[in-house]
Design a protein around this ligand. Sequence first.
Ligand code: AMP
Length: 489
Amino acid sequence: MTSSFSNLSLAEPLARAVAEMGYETMTPIQEQAIPVVLAGQDVMGAAQTGTGKTAAFALPLLQRMLKHENASTSPARHPVRALVLLPTRELAVQVAQQVELYAKYTNLRSAVVFGGMDMKPQTLELKRGVEVLVATPGRLLDHIEAKNAVLNQVEYVVLDEADRMLDIGFLPDLQRILSYLPKQRTTLLFSATFSPEIKRLAGSYLQNPVTIEVARPNETASTVEQHFYSVSDDDKRRALKQIVRQRGITQAFVFVNSKLGCARLARSLEREGLKTTALHGDKSQDERLKALDAFKKGEVDLLVCTDVAARGLDIKDVPAVFNFDIPFNAEDYVHRIGRTGRAGASGLAVSFASGGNDARLVADIEKLIKNKIELEALEFDEDRPRGRINDGRRHWREEGEAGDARDVLDAPRERGGELRGLRGGGRPHRAPAAPRDPFFDQPYEPGQREAAPAWEAAAKSTPPVRGISANIKSKRKVAALFKTPEPSN
Ligand code: AMP
């Protein structure tokens, strides 16, 4: 049973801020973590973003720091007492914004530092004194070396998205940062998965941590309908467009494995008239924040991104996630599709497997999620003989590849709790009944969208025909989409 924030005896300024945010009941991670952090224990938390984990650590930390609260203007009276480390700039900004809102009615100060921006304004802020410092590891080290950040009074450390920090190669930076901190402190580690490396990190830096899990690690949400299609590299773009249109998807994340591939795909979809933006590490900080903002406001329909850039972004329940490339790291599959079907809402995750290494990558995912993956064939509308109604039950042989387990497929079997395949060639996606939860009950709101998605606009003249097959109704829409010849890349 979820309980109310009023049971927590939060100090008045914090309770007021929470009420202003409109939160009533605690999310499961909050319910479990807040009392533990208030009691001063270390935490090893398995929780995905979107579960409310920022408030789960920020509120109890602020509450514990209130005893140091003062209105003095002297920087010495505002030493860094809580350090929150995150792997990416976007996450750091997002967490810092939330911390600021929770601390709004207190005299506790917070600041955020991350790379890719001028150090000067960050330095000025640090020199004024801040109690809560949110940072990415590399930039924090720069500030430590420049003596802008002094960490010898830190009492609380949060390692958020710890698995991703290790993936990015932040381990040496983390170890250095942790060596500057007092040994006597509370450490909270959050990670979407508990890999052996994470357990090692926790073993060396946490003391008798309380383990909190809100979803079993490495588990994909049961409300996400997952499909793996065998599609050649050249066909991936039209496969993407076809599925988007057939399913009436309003907004989606499209994951690619490389920055270059990300930029290229976004450009090419944009050229084809789809409102697309790219989010990858080579974009300037300003460009990345703008891209994110446009997507959140619903001005953009497809956010093409790399794993690093998209990790943990607070974009609630996107209707669909595409793995344009199968991720190299199976755990990224779990993170990627975690953006859809969040706690209770339904979602669609579509992955495109081409040749080469993909069979091995798919096998890795299969092992991790402990679910059998069946590769499905995707029939393109324009390849279908005229007048034929596709019943989705054709045999298929992957071209140019030695026959293997992926060779032949019939209509995918439906199994309780397992991956569900498309039937009838892709009927519009019906949401499974979502369990009611006051927190996650809000439907997905794509912001103040003024216009319909580009693919809808392109096919506006075609009213959807319900019934026989989604493929038939959409054929005319596809024609509209393909008005412009496809670029060759
Ligand atoms: P997080 O997982 O911390 O990134 O939080 C995801 C989103 O949930 C943020 O936009 C929070 O503002 C929101 N949120 C956090 N806790 C609650 C709550 N108890 N009730 C409603 N919304 C919440």
